[in-house]
Design a binder for this molecule. Structure first.
Ligand code: GRF
Length: 208
């Protein structure tokens, strides 16, 4: 059984997709031990509570230094015996100390086809505004391992969706979430939980 801790900041629709995929059997060998948010009023915490999953707030603003925040995060992850940390709409930079402690065990869902429209400042609607401004005909989502960079770790899964001429950032975000994010995040967690994923020369390989 893979103990998963999900880090969130907002609405938690990706968390919900993972919860639902576990319930309907699409994702196996996974136990969500806890949901941790940097925002105490994040609706994602409400989703966790409704499902009987422990939720808590660990916010950088509650600590005097980044180091203390990192230590609080580390002790929580150890408490839950995390085997996989899933960033699902998590808007805080993960402290390097945490990344070093969990090499190859932190994944993130980004709402574009990396390496396009990613990196510092590319989050939420900003991503989709950038896609529309550039005139992309397709966009999508990426699940990748988290390394010390921003959206730079090895890519696990991607899924493309069309960009329509009359799209607004909000309409495009919704399509990317519904048709891409909510599919590939649970799929990536399932592959990892069932030992189907490995990294070779910094590239992700999937066992058939
Ligand atoms: C969405 O823009 C999603 O693309 C990104 O984070 C935002 C909120 O996601 N991953 P969620 O509804 O909190 O999962």
């Amino acid at each position: 059984m893979l103990n998963v801790v999900v880090l969130v900041s907002g609405g938690g629709t990706n968390l919900q997709a993972l919860i639902d995929s576990i319930d309907n059997g699409k994702v196996t060998n996974v136990l969500i031990k806890a949901v941790i948010s940097n925002k105490k009023n994040a609706y994602a915490l409400e989703r966790a509570k409704k499902h009987g999953i422990e939720g808590r707030c660990i916010s950088p603003g509650d600590y005097n230094t980044r180091e203390e925040f990192a230590d609080a995060m580390l002790s929580a992850l150890e408490e839950y015996d995390a085997g996989l940390i899933v960033l699902a709409g998590y808007l805080v930079i993960v402290p390097e100390k945490v990344i070093r402690k969990y090499p190859g065990k932190i994944i993130n869902i980004h709402p574009s086809l990396i390496p396009s429209h990613c990196g510092a400042g590319y989050y939420g609607l900003h991503v989709h505004e950038s896609v529309l401004k550039r005139g992309n005909k397709v966009t999508g989502a990426t699940v990748h391992f988290v390394d010390e960079g921003t959206d730079t770790g090895p890519i696990i899964l991607q899924k493309a969706v069309p960009v329509m001429e009359d799209d607004t950032p909000e309409i495009l975000q919704r399509r990317v979430m519904e048709q891409a994010e909510w599919n590939i995040l649970p799929e990536a967690v399932n592959l990892i939980a069932n030992n189907k994923v490995y990294i070779e020369n910094n590239l992700v390989k999937i066992r058939k």
